[in-house]
Design a protein around this ligand. Structure first.
Ligand code: PMP
Length: 457
C-alpha cells in the first residue's frame, strides 16, 4: 500500500472509531480530541499501526501477552480447532478441547488445586469465586459466613461483585450504592504506609489489622480475596515477603477461605508460574485469565481444592448444584489456544528463562531510581511500577490534571514503545517473550520519556 492510501485508510478508520466506539477506562472527551494509534498487525513483541509504525508492546496488550504475537504453535492450534468445532457448551455436554485444556492446566497448578471451572474473563472468574466460597459455607451448614474481606487498593474486575471487592476509590467509589458491603483492610503499601510505619520495624502491622477484622466478625467471614505478591491496577503495589503466608494463616485460624486472584500475576508474570508459589502457600480458590491463553482469546478459570468441590457433591440434591454458567465457558477455540500456550510454557522452559530477564530489566531500570522525580520502582518479575513524584523528599504526588503518567506514555510512543500508566505510576508489563536486549530498549525509552516529561511539567 502506498503512503497516500495508507494515510487515507488510517483517516477513515480514525473517523469511524470516533463515530462509534466507546473505549474502556477512557475519558472519551480527551479521546475524541486526539489522533488514535490504530493497531493493525503484530509480530513478536511488536505492534504495528495503520501508518506502518512499529511499537514495542510494553504492557502486553492488557497484561496478557506471554509468548509474543502470532506464535505459530498457537496460530496452528486455533486453526486446527476451527476445522473441527468453534462453539460448544459445557452445560450437560463435554468437549474435547476443554477437557484437553483442563488436563494440561492441571499439570501447571500448585499441588492441591484440582477442580477447574471455566469462564471467559478475569472478572467473571472472581464472581464465580465469590459465589463458590459463599455457597461452600452454606452447604457445610456454616450459614453465618456471608461476608468478605479484601484489601484497599485491590482490583478484581469491573462487574458488580468484583467492584464490591475493589478498593480503588477512583474506579469504585461512585458505584458504592450498588455494591454489597466488603470489609476492606489496610493496603500493604510500604512506600506510603497507611499506618504511618516503617517497614524495618513495623512487624507487618497491616496484617494484624486483617486479623482484627476476622476477630471482630468471628464466624462471619466466608473468604479473604487478594491479589498475591503484587496489587496491579492500583499502581503495582508490592507486598512485603511473607504477607500472603500471613493471610493464609489468618484464614486457617478463622475457618475462612483464601481466594488468590492471579488474573494479573499468573502465568510467569512475577517470576514463578503462579505468584503464590513464592509464598509457599496454596489458596482454597485461585482465579486466572489473561495469560492462560497467552492473551489470544477470552478464557478464565476459577480453580478450587477437592475440599471446596466436595461441598457441592450430593446425589439428586438440587441445592448443592452450583447455579452459575456462561455461554462461552470453555469455548473450544479459546481452550485450544490455552492448551497450545501452556504446552509452550513447558517446552520453552519459560520460568527457567525468567531470572536472567528479570535481572536484565532491573539493571536497565537502575538509572531511573536516580531520577529526581522517581519516588520508587517496584518490580516483581516482569511486573513493574515506577511511581513518579513531584518531590522525592516529601513524596508529594503530581496533581491529577498534570496527567504525569499519561504524558510519559505519549512521549514513549514517539520513541517506539507502547505503555499505559496508572495515575502517576508508569507500568511495564512486557511479554515474557521479550529478549534481554528488547527489555533494555524498553527500559531506555521509558527512562528517557520520564526524564523529558518531568523536566517539562
Ligand atoms: N483481577 C485482576 C487482578 C486483574 O488485574 C484484572 C484485570 N486487569 C481482573 C481481575 C479483571 O480481568 P478482566 O479484565 O479479564 O475481566
Amino acid at each position: 500500500m502506498d503512503e497516500n492510501s495508507r494515510a487515507a485508510r488510517h483517516r477513515r478508520l480514525w473517523e469511524a472509531d470516533h463515530r462509534h466506539l466507546w473505549h474502556p477506562f477512557t475519558q472519551m472527551q480527551d479521546w475524541l480530541a486526539e489522533e488514535p494509534i490504530i493497531v493493525d498487525a503484530a509480530d513478536g513483541v511488536f505492534l504495528v499501526d495503520t501508518l506502518g509504525n512499529r511499537y514495542l508492546d510494553g504492557v502486553s496488550s492488557l497484561w496478557c501477552n506471554v509468548h509474543g504475537h502470532r506464535v505459530p504453535e498457537i496460530d496452528r492450534a486455533v486453526e486446527a480447532q476451527l476445522g473441527k468445532v468453534a462453539h460448544s457448551t459445557l452445560l450437560g455436554l463435554a468437549s474435547t478441547a476443554s477437557i484437553e485444556c483442563a488436563e494440561e492446566l492441571a499439570r501447571h497448578l500448585p499441588a492441591g488445586l484440582t477442580r477447574i471451572f471455566f469462564s471467559d474473563a478475569g472478572a467473571t472468574a472472581v464472581e464465580i469465586a465469590l459465589k463458590m466460597a459463599y455457597q461452600h459455607h452454606q452447604l457445610r451448614g456454616d450459614a453465618a459466613r456471608t461476608e468478605f474481606v479484601a484489601l484497599r487498593g485491590g482490583y478484581h474486575g469491573d462487574t458488580i461483585g468484583s467492584v464490591s471487592l475493589g478498593g480503588i476509590d477512583l474506579f469504585h467509589r461512585i458505584f458504592k450504592p450498588l455494591l454489597f458491603d466488603v470489609h476492606h483492610a489496610p493496603q500493604p503499601y510500604c512506600y506510603r504506609c497507611p499506618l504511618g510505619k516503617e517497614r524495618a520495624t513495623c512487624g507487618m502491622a497491616c496484617a494484624d489489622d486483617v486479623e482484627a477484622i476476622f476477630e471482630a466478625r468471628k464466624g462471619k467471614v466466608a473468604a479473604l480475596v487478594l491479589e498475591p505478591v503484587m496489587q496491579g491496577a492500583d499502581g503495582m503495589i508490592a507486598q512485603p515477603p511473607g504477607y500472603v503466608r500471613r493471610m493464609r494463616e489468618i484464614c486457617d485460624r478463622h475457618g475462612a477461605l483464601l481466594v488468590c486472584d492471579e488474573v494479573a500475576t499468573g502465568w510467569g508474570r512475577t517470576g514463578t508460574t503462579f505468584a503464590v508459589e513464592q509464598e509457599g502457600i496454596v489458596p482454597d480458590i485461585l482465579t486466572m485469565a489473561k495469560g492462560l491463553t497467552g492473551g489470544y482469546l477470552p478464557l478464565a478459570a476459577t480453580i478450587t481444592t477437592e475440599r471446596v468441590f466436595e461441598s457441592f457433591l450430593a446425589p439428586y440434591e438440587e441445592k448443592k448444584t452450583f447455579f452459575h454458567g456462561h455461554t462461552y465457558a470453555g469455548n473450544p477455540l479459546a481452550c485450544a489456544a490455552a492448551t497450545a500456550s501452556m504446552k509452550l510454557f513447558t517446552e520453552r522452559k519459560i520460568v527457567a528463562g525468567l531470572p536472567a530477564k528479570i535481572a536484565a530489566l532491573a539493571r536497565a531500570l537502575e538509572p531511573a531510581a536516580r531520577l529526581p522525580h522517581v519516588g520508587e520502582i517496584r518490580q516483581r518479575g516482569l511486573m513493574v511500577g515506577i511511581e513518579l513524584v513531584r518531590d522525592r523528599a516529601t513524596k508529594e504526588e503530581y496533581a491529577y490534571p498534570l496527567r504525569a503518567g499519561h504524558e510519559v506514555i505519549l512521549e514513549a510512543r514517539k520513541h517506539g514503545a507502547l505503555l499505559r500508566p496508572l495515575g502517576n505510576v508508569v507500568v511495564l508489563m512486557p511479554p515474557l517473550a521479550m529478549t534481554e536486549a528488547e527489555l533494555e530498549q524498553l527500559a531506555g525509552i521509558t527512562i528517557a520519556a520520564i526524564e523529558a516529561v518531568t523536566a517539562r511539567i
